[in-house]
Design a protein around this ligand. Structure first.
Ligand SMILES: Cc1cc2nc3c(=O)[nH]c(=O)nc-3n(C[C@H](O)[C@H](O)[C@H](O)COP(=O)(O)OP(=O)(O)OC[C@H]3O[C@@H](n4cnc5c(N)ncnc54)[C@H](O)[C@@H]3O)c2cc1C
Length: 317
């Protein structure tokens, strides 16, 4: 079933979460453990991130460095199929512009379609580590809006090769990413929202936001999107802070601000056990306010750790 139908059919706020494929060499058991421990909150869908290739340097005998391109977390599509098969809930694979040309994208969508996966989150992706700017593949997409357009064209039966016979339309529901605190490359929030409008005009049916810690930023973002003519559901992304290191890691990687009260409370903690508790309480308050405001879904970034999400879900759902 499509995410948009889950949202439209829901009588109250839905619980959902995102998981990362395990590092190469590890097994799928830890994914199952994560899902098992969150099933009691009835997630109708689960997102699975996609991780593009990385450039790494390996030391060779003699000291020379050899450059290698590797994928540390493959398996997105396999995990999605396994989740749908085992749990009978919908999997939402993330699909990127980065590393894919249009033909690769078309082939990936065909695989997903054959596996009975009806949802994707369409993203541009970031630049490869070590590069400064995102570079599209030759004949690939430079922006998520163009990827969304290709998926909806396939939903209309339009494939890259116009001479194909008996073209079967796909049937994907596409979500896209939104940034209440602005995407870091955008010159302004209004400019970023104008580009968001292009993703929606291309067919995207809902937005999932970057994690944030200040609900006011989300509420203002929704207001601005509505003023720009964006009417689709906007799903807030929640990540409970869990370690002191998060105070520097989260702003660095996700380009978000942490409210002073939260920073002060975390800094006052004696150890990460206390930080975890502060993070849980902050997220519970955030979620209760968002739920009261009628958000369609509360979407949790698990990043492989679920005990704190369980504690939050227990209080909120
Ligand atoms: C919910 C969520 C899930 C994510 N999952 C993953 C994942 O699984 N794997 C992963 O690698 N990354 C993931 N990301 C990170 C994402 O790939 C990066 O944030 C990336 O830098 C931007 O992706 P996007 O789809 O928002 O890009 P876009 O919507 O293409 O926007 C990128 C930038 O370009 C600007 N822009 C858009 N269109 C134009 C235009 N026509 N002209 C000029 N500028 C334009 C935008 O304002 C923005 O600044 C996720 C992010 C979120 C919020």
């Amino acid at each position: 079933m499509k995410v948009i139908d889950h949202i439209n059919n829901a009588k109250e706020t839905i619980f959902s979460f995102e998981i990362l494929p395990p590092l190469k060499g590890q097994n799928i058991g830890e994914i199952y453990q994560t899902i098992d421990s969150l099933m009691e909150y009835n997630p109708p869908f689960v997102n699975v991130t996609y991780h593009r290739e990385e450039v790494v340097y390996k030391q060779m005998p003699g000291g020379l460095l050899e450059q290698k391109v590797i994928k540390k977390r493959p398996g997105t599509v396999g995990i999605c199929a396994a989740i749908q098969n085992k749990y009978k809930i919908d999997a939402v694979p993330h699909i990127l512009c980065g590393g894919f040309n249009r033909e690769d994208t078309e082939n990936a969508l065909i695989d997903l379609n054959f596996l009975g996966i009806e949802n994707v989150l369409a993203l541009r992706g970031d630049c490869i580590k070590g590069e400064t700017y995102f570079k599209a593949e030759k004949d690939g997409h430079a922006f998520a809006a163009d990827l969304v357009k290709q998926i909806y064209e396939m939903n209309e039966g339009v494939y890259l090769d116009e001479e194909l016979q008996n073209r079967t339309p796909s049937n994907f529901c596409v979500g896209v990413a939104g940034y209440p605190e602005k995407h870091f490359e955008a010159p302004s929030l209004n400019n970023d929202i104008a580009h968001m409008k292009a993703k929606i005009d291309a067919g995207a049916e809902y937005i999932t936001t970057q994690l944030f810690f200040d609900n006011e930023k989300y509420f203002k973002y929704v207001e601005k999107c509505r003023a720009a003519g964006i009417t689709v559901p906007i799903i807030p992304g929640i990540k409970p802070i869990a370690t002191k290191k998060h105070l520097s890691i989260l702003p660095h990687f996700f380009h978000v601000d942490l409210p002073d009260d939260l920073v002060t409370a975390v800094e006052a903690c004696n150890d990460n056990k206390e930080v975890r508790q502060v993070g849980i309480e902050w997220a519970i308050n955030q979620c209760k306010e968002l739920k009261k405001a009628g958000v369609p879904v509360l979407h949790f970034y698990s990043m492989g750790k679920v005990d704190n999400i369980q504690s939050i879900a227990r209080e909120v759902f």
